[in-house]
Design a protein around this ligand. Sequence first.
Ligand SMILES: [Zn+2]
Length: 408
Amino acid sequence: MSPRTKEPQRGKSRLARGRRPAGPARRRATRAAAESNGARADGRPAEGRAPAGARVDPELAFLKQLVEAHGAPGHEGAVATVLEKHLEGVGKISRDRLGSLVCEKRGTSDAPRVMLAGHLDEVGFLVKSITKEGFVKFLPLGGWWGHVVLAQRLVIRTRQGDVLGVVGSKPPHELRDEDRKKVLEVRELYIDVGATSDYDVRKRLDIRPGDPIVPDSPFTIMANPDLLLAKAWDNRIGCALAAETVRQLRGQSHPNTVFAVATVQEEVGLRGAQTSAFKVQPDVGIALDVGIAHDTPGTEGDEKLGGGPLVVVYDSSSIPNRGLRDLVDETAEKLGLALQYESVERGGTDAGKIHVTGEGVPSISMGVAARYIHSHVSIIHRRDFEQTVRLLVALVKRLDRSTVERLV
Ligand SMILES: [Zn+2]
């Protein structure tokens, strides 16, 4: 989900000067970053809760792979590759020219064309500059709150590999009263990648302005095993919903052609939704994204983890098609699934672009509730994901030519 914020300013591009090829120190840094990831890259939950010899749960393995892949806006290739593998044999795969992935699964008819879209990108950052002392100044890609960035682990994706860094923060001992009350802007922060006076970060790590930066945060199954903790549920869970829906439609009859689309650059302005919708030319559109759970202290609203599929009735990017919303309600009722309704005053989804494609496309946004989106530690409920897939499969099977005609 993308918040309605000012477009992040782009860092002034500065030409890299005086860089030398990677030395042994550079390779050590890369290895350290790789090992910090490798410790949990064995298919087991990071907390090691799965008993030894337990069968790997394919659904969890897929979700883990998806959220741990890195995809700052404009740099989604690694995530697209995970999805492409998962969709092998399901339908014809293609890409738009910005990098959005399209999987076309034909049913018993060419039309209507049903677009299911989740966005590939996650909120991240971009290298702005490197200080002469070797600290990295950076800019947000997507909406961030300074509070959740301080003292976090981040990965800088250079052309020679990943470099781990932490966001520097002051100890409370040295905070003046006015500092304590202030929320820092990302522009005021810096990343420490191991800078010391005798280690020339600029020359040895090959970090360049424009390099993407993402949170470093392992997929973790919580003590309540239905709750899954990770970065980037916004919006890998939307990608997973689209992918699982078309996968489950294999061998089933559906009166349309479905396009499972994973869009790029949603968090910076729904850009991949625009280009991929132009490519797909859908007759009906369903954006799949996270909603904000309001089941934690200090929040107001009914949406909760485990409360069932979420339907967006209002956001600042689109108004859902009424007929489509009724059809979602009816379908859920038939399946005996409880729905949750969300209105988002300051945010939108890919439906914001899909519904204004061509002469207009009846559209709706759906998804699952998540806690703490746009941070390192978002949480979803596994059952919400599975129920939303069930609902989507049943919904797609009802979207025949006459039903979609009646939506307009
Ligand atoms: Zn978002």
